[in-house]
Write a protein of this length. Structure first.
Length: 161
């Protein structure tokens, strides 16, 4: 499915919550900005949410990011992060404000927990193996490997089934 087909599906279906994940430099942020600029989606970057928590509570930035996004164990920073994202999602749904959540959470348990409150959502996974011209930046936003609609309980290993 091309990025244009995905955009068309989103414009038609208008899902309230879209989660965009994927590898670095594959067009996640660019596509999120397009949804914001053209369809009015509010964009939440998970890294920014976690950075605010890290700074407020003076946690070690590098180890906190690694542990929150990659490790399954719960700890104070992850609990605060999940509470903050739950509130963001609840506010978006209560205010009927379409929202894009963008970030690459590598741990499946954390991702399932993060998206649990979103209900039905549109899940996009960007991957570089589907890029034809890796050296041409514009091409990054034109291809995508896997996209489907799912509920958070069906997310496994970064993909919906």
């Amino acid at each position: 499915m091309t990025i244009d087909e995905i955009y068309s599906a989103i414009a038609t279906q208008k899902p309230p919550i879209i989660y965009i994940s994927g590898k670095t430099s594959t067009g996640k942020s660019t596509f999120g900005r397009k949804l914001h600029d053209e369809l009015g989606y509010h964009t939440i970057e998970l890294e920014a949410v976690l950075l605010e928590i890290v700074q407020k509570h003076q946690f070690d930035e590098q180890s906190t990011f690694r542990k929150v996004f990659y490790e399954p164990e719960d700890f104070e920073a992850k609990t605060l992060f999940l509470k903050a994202t739950d509130q963001i999602i609840a506010d978006a749904l209560a205010k009927d404000r379409p929202t894009v959540i963008e970030g690459a959470v590598a741990n499946v348990e954390t991702l399932n927990r993060l998206l649990r409150s979103a209900g039905d959502l549109f899940f996009l996974y960007f991957h570089p193996s589907d890029l034809i011209h890796k050296t041409i930046r514009a091409d990054v936003t034109k291809r995508i490997v896997d996209t489907t609609q799912c509920i958070p309980g069906e997310v496994q290993a970064g993909r919906c089934y």
